[in-house]
Structures are given as structure tokens and as C-alpha cells.
Design a binder for this molecule. Structure first.
Ligand SMILES: [Zn+2]
Length: 592
């Protein structure tokens, strides 16, 4: 037997068979059961959502020998003729190819005749918005005084193009785009009936590509069944339909979060070799980020996200990597890229550049956060008078911070070394790391007896943990901001004189700042001085680390702002933004 396309084979025969349109099937069923049938209906909605199918079911519901009934038998000759499109009482006109007034005149001639076998003469006009102005006028005359046996059903994807005079004489039903999840479920049912073995994620891919249209999704499924030889895999579907598997975005985002650039070039290479359209790819990535934004910013993302379970898991995990502001910035960069691709920029080069920009993008830190940090610090030490706020804030001659722990207390460098009681023998200073930048002038301080640091001895985790707060105190005198950021991390490992500090995923900013070469140099220099041995440091993100309490999401309530206008009205702000190499992402009123 020849293959019958799925859309025809499984065309809904009853209102209840409609996919994703329960609001319509219920209302129409009720109208038929109560006999409250209007003379004109307008079915609007995206293509492939069941508008003309519903029109035929309604025609059958009214004309079936067992009717009017909300559940036509689909067996009697009248039902069969309507299903086959051969009924003389049900006329289907495609306005897309019959836009002329003559067709409507013919229709008006036709309308006077009584139904041949059924009870109603049903006129289904598809794509009704395509009718010409004079055709609409002719139609209107018929609609104003329709014979009792006539029923008009207009279908359109563009209801705003239908004249108000027609709209006001019809009952409007809005068909909805079918959700990806619902389409995927429908496809799964049909695959079961057809005994086709297909990967669940592949079904989601087909459903997504169907973009809310049952007809389009079924036709893509036909295509896959035609090419497949055995079970249909995700990979095969992705390749055949030219759709990017969303797993690639998961992977890409992990690369970006880790700040790596090398894998990006490999990924773009693979993309271009597989022939994926780069604009499609960027669009899909933007839509992935949009989902991430919803996951991040809404209390009930499930209600808004139309994605598979495995995609949800990835989103939940990845939402912790970025702030809302970061996600918006990434979307902006990609939207700019899309514009460049449209006007003919070299696709591969600009895709690479944009993705590398994303990976190199530093996490957003708002001025409000900076101010907040400074306030926290100034609770212990007076704020600096001037200078770059990320730079070392000169050690003030204030008392030691009250919160330092006594077991690891560390004497202030201002104390003269000679005055120290029984200083331990000073080991020869270890070689300075070649990358190290000169630290601020600093006098080696004597170590208190309870510091438990034995010079030159290899360090281990307990030793570092005990000496950590003393180290932070020392670092604070050189790089106050850096010390504050480090204090939010946790020393998680010490191996071969290498310390690993773990940050909570929400603290990715701290990691990014701390791992900059000049920051690392200062940290390692300070570690060396404090622990008296050359120590390397590295940083990682660890979901098990508890993030420190934060006041509020910095990006919440940001108001869009035109940077140029802002700078021309406030040159000082411009200078400050330039000095910290910042970027204006919006403005927000800060309450004192
Ligand atoms: Zn019937």
C-alpha cells in the first residue's frame, strides 16, 4: 500500500481529536448541542492549527444523518462526502487563489439553493483576508441577510486584514499555536501507531521545527520516516532537518561560563562543516538564552518554558552561572551579530568573534555592588580618598579589623620588626614568581607564636585553613577589594603547594576577577610572604559552596538608558566608567 501522509491519515474527525485547541472544541460542541449556531464564524490562528479541519467537523456535526450532533458518526454518506471534500453542500473556497469578485458572485448565486442532502449549506472560505475589496463588498451583502440554511466559516491567519464589517457579523474563534510539548506528545502517539521507533529528543526537535503547526510537524515527521532506515535518532533528525540540536547550546554555554575560547573555534568549525545556517544558529541560541532568562527571573518558569525535561535540567544548572544582566548582555551581542550577518558580514569570522566576546565577557558588577562592598569594608577601615577602586587601597593606620580570628592573628606591618619577641629564624626568601608585579611597599612582619606556620615546610589543607584569615588580613592591606572577594570563597584543596579556592556559582564574578594574571601575582606574592613558601593559587566554581548572602539581584529593576546621552550630560560619570573599564547597562535608583 502506498504511504499516506500522516496529516491526511490522522486528520481529526471529531472536535475532541483537535490538538491543543480544547477551548475551541468545547465551545463548538456546546453550540452544536444547544442548537445555538451562528450564521458566520471566523477561525483565526497560525497555519496548521486546525482551522479548516474544524470547519469540516462543524459541517459534519450539523449535517450528519445522526445530527446535529457534537460527535458526527463519520460513517454515513454525508460525513464521508464532507471528509472526502466531495459534498455538494459544503463548498470550500481558497481565497488565496480566488480573490475576484466573480467568485463571490457565483457563491451568492449558489447560496440561494437549499441543501441537497444535509441540513445546512456550508461555505468555507480559507485565507479570507486575501479577498479583494469588491469581493468583500459582495460577500457583505450576503452576510447581511443570509438564508437560514447558509453557514459561513472564514479561516484566516491574518484577522487584522479582514474588514471590520465582516468581523462584526461573525463569531470569532482564536486557534492557538500548539506547544512543542503537546506536538511532541502527538508525534509520539502517531509514531506508536505507525510502529516507528524514534528518539524522544528527536520528536522534540521535529515538534520545535514545526513551530506550533501540527501540519508542518507531521510533514517533517513524514520526511524523517521516508529517509530513516531503522530507528530514528536525534543526530539523524538534526542532520536531515538542518536543525541545531539544543545540546550544542548547553555545551556552548558551559564553554562561555568557563571563559574558554579555544573550544569555540572547534565548535564553529563543526557547525560550518555540517552546513547549519549561521543566522538560524544565532536565532536559536538567542531563544535558548531567552529560556535561560525565564528560568533565572521568574518564579514559575515551567509555565513559560516549552521544552523537554532534559533541557529543563540543563537550564536549572546553567541559570546559576550568570546574572540576569549577563544574559541580557549576551542576547544583545548576539542580536548585534544577527544584524551584521543580514548585511553580509563574513559569517564564520563574525560568529567566532561574537562567541569569543561572550566567553571573554566579564561578569557584570554594578556600581551599586561596588559601593556596597566598599561600605562593608569601610565598616572596618576608612575608605580611600582617591584612586582606582579596584586598586590597592592604602593601608590606613587604623586598628586591626575586629573580625580577624585570634588563632591566626597577624601583626600589623606598621609594627617595627625589631620589637617582636623571639622572632623565628628568617628563611631565605623564596624566588619571586616571574609574573609577579611589584606589591606595595611592605615590611615583613614577625609571626606570632600561635600562627603555627613553620617556615619552608610544605603546606597542607589544615595548615592553610588555619592561616587563611591571617593571609586575608595581609592581602586586605594591599588589595582590599580582592581580599573581600576571596573571603567569599572557600579553601577546598591544597596539593603540591597549590591552593584551590572554590566559589559558589553565583560568585563567578569573584572567580573571574581573582584569576586575572595581576591579581594572581599579588595573591601568590602575599601567600608566599604569609606562609613563607612559594604557593600557587587557582580557582574553581563549586555548586556545593554556599554563596554569601546578597542584598538583591543587581540587575533587578534596571531602566534602559542611552549611554551617549548619559555621558554627554555627565562627563564625570563617563570618566569613571572609562577608568574602571566598565560598561553602562542601565540605571537604577538606589535607596540609602
Ligand atoms: Zn454522519
Amino acid at each position: 500500500m502506498a504511504y499516506q501522509v500522516l496529516a491526511l491519515k490522522y486528520r481529526p474527525l471529531l472536535f475532541d481529536d483537535l490538538i491543543g485547541q480544547s477551548h475551541i472544541s468545547q465551545t463548538l460542541s456546546k453550540a452544536v448541542e444547544t442548537g445555538r449556531i451562528a450564521n458566520g464564524y471566523l477561525f483565526t490562528g497560525p497555519r496548521g492549527t486546525g482551522k479548516t479541519t474544524s470547519a469540516r467537523i462543524l459541517a459534519k456535526a450539523l449535517n450528519c444523518v445522526e445530527g446535529p450532533t457534537a460527535t458526527p458518526c463519520n460513517k454515513c454518506p454525508i460525513c464521508n462526502e464532507i471528509t472526502a471534500g466531495s459534498s455538494l453542500d459544503v463548498l470550500e473556497i481558497d481565497a488565496a487563489s480566488n480573490t475576484g469578485v466573480d467568485d463571490i458572485r457565483t457563491l451568492r448565486e449558489n447560496i440561494r439553493y437549499l441543501p441537497t442532502s444535509g441540513k445546512k449549506r456550508v461555505f468555507i472560505i480559507d485565507e479570507v483576508h486575501r479577498l479583494s475589496g469588491s469581493a468583500f463588498d459582495a460577500l457583505l451583502k450576503t452576510l447581511e441577510e443570509p438564508p437560514a440554511h447558509a453557514l459561513f466559516i472564514f479561516a484566516t491567519t491574518e484577522p487584522h486584514k479582514v474588514p471590520q464589517t465582516i468581523l462584526s457579523r461573525t463569531q470569532r474563534y482564536d486557534f492557538r499555536r500548539v506547544t512543542t510539548a503537546m506536538l511532541a506528545e502527538h508525534l509520539q502517539n502517531l509514531a506508536n501507531k505507525e510502529k516507528v521507533e524514534i528518539d524522544k529528543e528527536a520528536l522534540f526537535l521535529i515538534a520545535r521545527k514545526g513551530e506550533g503547526s501540527v501540519r508542518d510537524a507531521l510533514s517533517l515527521m513524514d520526511q524523517m520516516i521516508a529517509v530513516a532506515d531503522g530507528p530514528i535518532s536525534l543526530e539523524q533528525t538534526s542532520r536531515t532537518l538542518g536543525v541545531v540540536d539544543r545540546k550544542i547550546f548547553e555545551k556552548l554555554l558551559e564553554i562561555i561560563a568557563a571563559g574558554k575560547t579555544e573550544p569555540i573555534f572547534d565548535l564553529v568549525k563543526v557547525l560550518f562543516e555540517s552546513g547549519v545556517d549561521s543566522a538560524d544558529f544565532v536565532n536559536d541560541f538567542i531563544s535558548y538564552l531567552r529560556n535561560l532568562l525565564i528560568q533565572k527571573s521568574t518564579s514559575d518558569p515551567a509555565g513559560l518554558l516549552d521544552i523537554s525535561e532534559s533541557e529543563k535540567e540543563a537550564l536549572v544548572r546553567q541559570a546559576s552561572f550568570f546574572s540576569e544582566t549577563d544574559i541580557l548582555r549576551m542576547i544583545q551581542i548576539l542580536a548585534d551579530l544577527l544584524g551584521k550577518l543580514k548585511i553580509g558580514y563574513d559569517e564564520r569570522i563574525f560568529l567566532e568573534i561574537a562567541l569569543v566576546r561572550l566567553a571573554r565577557m566579564e561578569a557584570s558588577i554594578t556600581l551599586q555592588e561596588v559601593i556596597q562592598r566598599l561600605k562593608q569594608l569601610s565598616a572596618n577601615q576608612p575608605a580611600p580618598a582617591s584612586g582606582n577602586m579596584f586598586d590597592n587601597l592604602k593601608p590606613p593606620h587604623a586598628a586591626r579589623p575586629a573580625n580577624s580570628q585570634p588563632t591566626t592573628s597577624y601583626r600589623r606591618p606598621s609594627q617595627p620588626a625589631q620589637s617582636s619577641p623571639t622572632p623565628p629564624p628568617q628563611p631565605p626568601p623564596p624566588p619571586t614568581s616571574p609574573t609577579s608585579c611589584a606589591p606595595p611597599p611592605f615590611q615583613q612582619a614577625p609571626r606570632p607564636a600561635n600562627d603555627q606556620i613553620i617556615p619552608g615546610q610544605p603546606i597542607n589543607l589544615p595548615r592553610v585553613q588555619m592561616g587563611w584569615s591571617g593571609f586575608l588580613d595581609l592581602l586586605k592591606k594591599r588589595k582590599q577589594m580582592l581580599a573581600s572577594m576571596l573571603s567569599e570563597g572557600k579553601v577546598s584543596d591544597v596539593t603540591d603547594n597549590k591552593i584551590t579556592v572554590s566559589f559558589a556559582p553565583t560568585n563567578i564574578t569573584n572567580k573571574q576577577v581573582a584569576q586575572k594574571p595581576d591579581a594572581v601575582a599579588v595573591i601568590e606574592e602575599t601567600l608566599r610572604e604569609h606562609f613563607n613558601i612559594a604557593i600557587r593559587i587557582n580557582f574553581q566554581i563549586d555548586a556545593s559552596v554556599k554563596p554569601p548572602p546578597v542584598a538583591s539581584e543587581p540587575s533587578a529593576g534596571l531602566e534602559a538608558v542611552n549611554t551617549e546621552d548619559l555621558f554627554s550630560s555627565d562627563p564625570d560619570l563617563k570618566k569613571m566608567v572609562e577608568q574602571i573599564d566598565g560598561e553602562v547597562i542601565g540605571k537604577k535608583k538606589i535607596e540609602e
